[in-house]
Write a protein that binds this ligand. Structure first.
Ligand code: SF4
Length: 145
């Protein structure tokens, strides 16, 4: 039986992004040779619609481009994601870089100017704090070792 690997659903082509789009990333698809891929979109899990207003993290709050505070949706969805990982024995995840939910190490600074700062998305942070190994789509070479 293959090991389960959580993957941001948008990286597997699911049209769940804020703008209703997904990504086609062949290298991620290749991970099927080694893992059972489990697509997950924390923002949709948190009750947000597709499409939706883009959001960024500012001063610890997740705010949409129109100033709506959606922090609670993001936090709830992060816990749902962690709970799913725990119940299904998932210890590794590939998450979309720079997202306010899924981003790892670098996220947008909350000004909608494209500037990046150090930080994690809400779901990524919770998963990492609870021992899940997180990779971005740019780091998946680490999963072939
Ligand atoms: S929350 Fe994560 S999985 Fe969902 S669209 Fe954003 S980056 Fe992709």
């Amino acid at each position: 039986m293959k090991e389960k690997l959580l993957v941001s659903a948008c990286l597997l082509g699911e049209k769940v992004r804020y703008d209703g789009k997904g990504f086609e990333i062949g290298e991620i698809d290749r991970l099927r040779e080694k893992f059972e891929l489990i697509p997950m979109c924390p923002e949709v899990l948190g009750g947000l619609s597709v499409p939706r207003d883009p959001a960024e993290i500012r001063n610890g709050l997740v705010l949409t481009v129109n100033g709506k505070d959606v922090t609670k949706n993001y936090e709830e969805s992060a816990w749902i994601t962690l709970d799913y990982c725990r119940r299904n024995g998932i210890t590794k995840a590939v998450l979309k870089a720079r997202s306010p939910s899924c981003g790892k190490d670098r996220i947008y600074d909350g000004t909608y100017s494209g500037r990046l700062i150090e930080g994690h998305g809400v779901a990524c942070r919770l998963l990492m704090e609870n021992g899940i190994e997180v990779y971005t789509e740019n780091e998946i070479g680490g999963l072939w070792k």
